[in-house]
Structure formats: structure tokens, C-alpha cells
Design a protein around this ligand. Structure first.
Ligand code: SF4
Length: 69
């Protein structure tokens, strides 16, 4: 199963990922993505892999990456 890695130094809180991955990510008070459940690098369930790949491709700051394991 892959995990979603968020590069906090690159993210500027534009929210594309939270729109695409509502089930996995919420926005904090400043609009930055936080994993539901509090994990820093949330596991991506198989049904959300397509949306996660889309989020990686569409992140304007190239702040998202899928990592295996
Ligand atoms: S899409 Fe990218 S820049 Fe926007 S909130 Fe998500 S990780 Fe941050």
C-alpha cells in the first residue's frame, strides 16, 4: 500500500489535494492539508489511489509524492 508524503516546506495550502482526497485529508485552520486520523504520512487505500495520483500530478507546488510501504 502506498503512502502520501507531503513536503511541508513546499506546500502553500492551496487546497487542491484536500478537494481531491476529502476522505484522506482535511484542512487545518490555515488551509494546509492534514491527514484525517493524524498520521503524518497517511496510507492511501486502494480505492483512493487514482485520486491520490491526480493530487500528486495537480499539486501546483509539487509538494506531494506517493511512497511505497
Ligand atoms: S495541493 Fe499541494 S500546495 Fe496545495 S495544499 Fe495540497 S500539498 Fe499543499
Amino acid at each position: 500500500m502506498s503512502r502520501l508524503h507531503i513536503d511541508w516546506t513546499a506546500c502553500d495550502g492551496r487546497g487542491v489535494c484536500t478537494e481531491l482526497l476529502e476522505e484522506l485529508l482535511a484542512e487545518d485552520d490555515w488551509g494546509y492539508p492534514v491527514a484525517r486520523g493524524g498520521h503524518r504520512e497517511p496510507a492511501v487505500p486502494r480505492p483512493l489511489e487514482g485520486a491520490a495520483r491526480q493530487a500528486v500530478d495537480r499539486c501546483p507546488m509539487l509538494a506531494l509524492r506517493l511512497v511505497s510501504g
